[in-house]
Design a protein around this ligand. Structure first.
Ligand SMILES: Cc1ncc(COP(=O)(O)O)c(C=O)c1O
Length: 503
């Protein structure tokens, strides 16, 4: 069956360096995951070197372009492997046998390797501020780990602001340790940002008015929807007309007037076009940011490029060229700084990039069934533990840990499912719910199955569906494992419920 997917394609009419930077929305007939990853072209970098913007032909630099000095050669990420390969056999996580972890903490359990988080943080140190989008994995031990490495934090709810503070972040400072980013204030969140002096990134004109009425005199950031977006799924695309996120770019002038009217000073601009996007789309944001900055003018002190950095989930996927990405933004920052006449902070706001690869969901195979031609491995974790496959058809690498003897076993095509009373409780599915198979080693009931690269949007999206408890979380640091969230008990499950006295 053929499905229509929206994608961005270079226009066939575009020729030459500047026009090579223009991309047009089109409908194509190829599922996104089968399209070859687009390289961050030399043309994009050439645009930057010439002081041109990836925004395209219609774009004119708001300020006179300056020569750009590269901090290092684009593409110099020699410490990072360019291609990933996965083994379907696994014995340990961060030096600890998986069987030992399963025995100690039970299954299903999330295990995080802190060394991988530390490495990913280091990858981004060229940016002035790395602000962790904690929605990806908000356990307070992970937040504390990031905080101690100089990472600041983004919060999207009252609960996330409280988590940041529970992990040791102070509410206010310069640059703001915590930023509240949202499209609405619920009453609890508004009270809290007002009381605590937490910096707000406003995603709607109403937020500006509501904050202005309560806390005139504040500095704020505006989240701008540049009119386009992109994500690994349409559900994670946060830009364009179909997205509820951000202030529509054409309303920026009205919002600046409104902020001024309420005595709020707009010091930051922020754009986040989607989660799990690619560098080609992320690079288009540069031009949009420069246009917005031109409208804002001298009060601008920081620009946030948002998150969205992809990670390799599939065999052969590339790591992103971070140096090239940084260079694009650093060049834009330099142009803007010279136009406004003062330094500008350059922030990046990754979620997935920092934590996805550190996380492993350790499960036990509890049944193996043959259904016609399909072999099912049924494990004790379901979409109550990891929702990405059912939500987005997301692909996670998987591996088998044999609990009986070593030795490699032959691979066979299997479907991997969970225990929930829902036919969609399948970890090997494609977008649209189509069941797929995966080549995994022959296994027996009692073997462990590890769902890998599950650190981002994994545990945080867990639910109690079918009255299943939330899984524990374990952090490995320096060869030792630490329980950072206990498995929920039955009492936890029914806490707050009550039976009224009725006949
Ligand atoms: C405002 C904002 N910033 C950052 C992120 C983090 O995105 P990612 O995990 O793709 O880096 C998100 C997630 O969609 C977001 O909505």
């Amino acid at each position: 069956m053929e499905h229509l997917y929206h994608c961005w394609r270079r226009s066939p009419l575009d020729l030459g360096i500047q026009s090579a930077c223009r991309w047009q929305p089109q409908t194509c007939h190829t599922p996104a995951r089968r399209r070859a990853p687009l390289p961050l072209t030399a043309a994009l970098l050439a645009c930057e070197r010439r002081g041109q913007s990836p925004a395209g032909d219609g774009w004119r630099p708001p300020f006179a372009p300056r020569p750009i000095r590269f901090a290092y050669e684009p593409g110099d990420v020699s410490h990072m492997p360019t291609r990933t390969s996965f083994s379907p056999f696994r014995t340990e996580i961060a030096g600890i046998p998986v069987a030992e972890l399963a025995q100690r903490y039970g299954t299903p359990t999330y295990v995080y390797d802190s060394a991988q988080i530390a490495e990913r943080i280091d990858d981004l140190k060229a940016f002035d501020v790395v602000r962790y989008a904690q929605k990806a994995c908000s356990n307070i031990a992970i937040l504390d780990f990031c905080r101690r490495r100089g990472v600041l934090v983004d919060a999207v709810s009252y609960g996330e602001m409280r988590r940041a503070m529970a992990a040791g972040y102070t509410p206010a400072g310069n640059p703001p340790p915590i930023i509240f980013t949202a499209d609405i204030f619920d009453r609890e969140a508004l009270d809290f940002v007002v009381e605590q002096g937490i910096h707000v990134n406003c995603g709607s004109p109403d937020m500006i008015a509501q904050l202005g009425q309560r806390a005139p005199g504040r500095e704020i950031t505006l989240r701008i929807n540049p009119g386009f977006g992109h994500g690994h799924s349409q559900k994670t695309n946060t830009g364009g007309e179909q997205s509820k996120h951000g202030i529509w770019r054409e309303q920026l002038a009205d919002c600046l007037y409104q902020a001024d009217h309420h005595g709020l000073s707009v010091t930051g601009l922020h754009m986040h076009i989607g989660s799990g996007t690619d560098l080609e789309h992320l690079a288009q944001v540069v031009g949009a940011m420069e246009e917005a900055a031109a409208e804002l003018g001298r009060s601008l002190r920081s620009i946030s490029v948002g998150g969205g950095l992809p990670i390799p989930y599939r065999e052969g996927d590339d790591y992103v060229d971070l140096a090239a990405y940084y260079d694009l933004w650093n060049a834009a920052r330099a142009r803007l700084a010279s136009a406004v006449g003062h330094e500008l902070h350059l922030e990046i706001e990754p979620g997935r990039y920092l934590v996805a690869e550190s996380g492993y969901l350790v499960t036990e195979i509890r049944a193996i069934k043959q259904m016609g031609k399909n072999t099912f491995y049924l494990v004790d974790a379901g979409f109550n533990n990891l929702a990405r496959p059912i939500l987005y058809g997301a692909y996670h690498p998987m591996s088998i840990v044999s609990t009986r003897g070593s030795g490699e076993r032959p691979l066979q095509d299997v479907v991997v499912g969970g225990p929930l009373c829902e036919s969609g409780d399948i970890f090997t599915q494609e977008e649209g719910g189509y069941v797929a198979t995966r080549a995994l080693p022959a296994a027996e009931v009692g073997d462990l199955l590890v769902i890998e690269k599950a650190g981002a949007y994994g545990s945080v999206m867990g639910s109690n569906y079918n009255s299943k408890p939330l899984a524990p979380e374990v952090l490995i640091a320096d060869g030792k494992s630490h329980l950072i969230r206990a498995r929920q008990s039955f009492d936890d499950l029914i806490r707050g419920e009550s039976i009224p006295q009725i006949d």
